[in-house]
Design a protein around this ligand. Sequence first.
Ligand SMILES: Nc1ncnc2c1ncn2[C@@H]1O[C@H](COP(=O)(O)OP(=O)(O)OP(=O)(O)O)[C@@H](O)[C@H]1O
Ligand SMILES: [Mg+2]
Length: 472
Amino acid sequence: MVEDTSIPVLFRDYQWNTLGSFINGDPDLTPPNLMIQGYSGTGKTYTIRKFMESNTDVAYAWLQPIEVVSWKPLFQAIARSTQQALMEKFPNLQKTQYDPMAVEEPSFSVRYLTNLFSHYDSLPERVPLYIIYDGFDRLQDIDSQLLYKVLKLHELLPRHSKIVLKSVFIVRDISFVQRYSTNSLPLIIFPRYSIDEITELLILSRTQELINSNFMVLQLKTMEGLVVDVDLLEKLAINFIQLIVQSFQSYTGNDIFALNDLIDFKWPQYVKNINSTNIFDPLALYRATVKVFVSTSDGLLENEEILENEDISEVNQTYELSKISKYLLIAAYFCSYIEAKYDISIFSRRTTKAATTKRKKKEQNPRFLQPSFFHIERLLAIFQSIYPIESDIPKGSLASLKSDELMRSNVEVFQNLSELFSLKLIACTTAKNLDMLGHKIKWRVNVPWEIILEIADSVNFNIADFFSDIHE
Ligand SMILES: Nc1ncnc2c1ncn2[C@@H]1O[C@H](COP(=O)(O)OP(=O)(O)OP(=O)(O)O)[C@@H](O)[C@H]1O
Ligand SMILES: [Mg+2]
């Protein structure tokens, strides 16, 4: 991502104005310290940098405590950057340079700054010098005393000095601010952006960059002879950003950094699918690129690419249910579509060939009719007869006499049944005061043939066979 400096600061008018009254005011009247709090990505660094850039006459030093790690380099950084800022602001006033590395103790920095500021006593009026600590609470070895040392630094400097030291502390954590609440530091809060504000910020900051990116330029080259105006490209990129925010907001929350990363990551994949027809048809483009938005595709699996190419809907439909649920559903389907009088001949294990052939076949395929209601006992009985029990005991052995060949209706079975009900895959006659196992309630399957076929396939159960010999 490239930072574009021409973009204005949005949604931060209040913070901007408050900052203005602190920084542009009379240095004798404004407080010496200012606290700024806001969570990551709330635009603290961005807004304050912009503000400083737009007030070119203000002298300031920008420090990033996270880079200096511990307090000693922090004080050396204060020494180094104040000297640098003053020398740039008022050239030729300071004849000798001081060595910032000599500041080995917080107390040394008082002497250092006193000496440094004394060179500027010839200035006509008092001028403020701002030290901005961007991320003060992110210093590695921060302790509760460090902030006091910096807060009070200005008190130890000579009162008549023409340079007035002011500090701005940018922090993330509100509890850090509360720990020092007895100091009554003035505080500017940067609240989190709402999702609409985030969307607008992203559109503003990313659109131009996206349409001018290499991927886009190359993709446009593949559509030779096609004239595309900038408006259309802008719409395309805006649409893409909105889709990213809508699809991944539940992952990222309002984290602008994470959303920016996703935009960077997904744009090339999105652009790859653009061609000379769907570029003019947002709906077709969405259909062609929908895979980009269904997952973050940054999982740990290397072969995820392969998975992605498969039909996603099938994977979802058939693999979410447990094996028991699938058999229950198949049994429910049988109950609804096969008349009870055929049960014995179809599901009984003692069926002889003769019994099935004698039966008169129906003219109408029962699958074409409405599903009929059934009682739960029938469902459980059919389930028991179709559910395969895996046992490693060899058939005909003594142990096999004791082992159970049938799936008993246990708690697990009932749990799966209620899951099917809550998924609305099976329905029942009463919705109120539901006693799932009550004998008065009648049930009905709520799944069409195509889906039951898929479910049966996923457990290698040949459901079509059961229907083949009961109708013409
Ligand atoms: N008000 C805004 N107007 C325009 N762009 C913004 C605004 N706020 C944030 N941004 C964008 O969001 C990015 C992140 O903001 P920024 O770096 O200021 O966050 P931060 O509050 O300093 O977070 P951290 O605590 O992690 O340092 C910026 O680079 C900028 O592109
Ligand atoms: Mg920042």
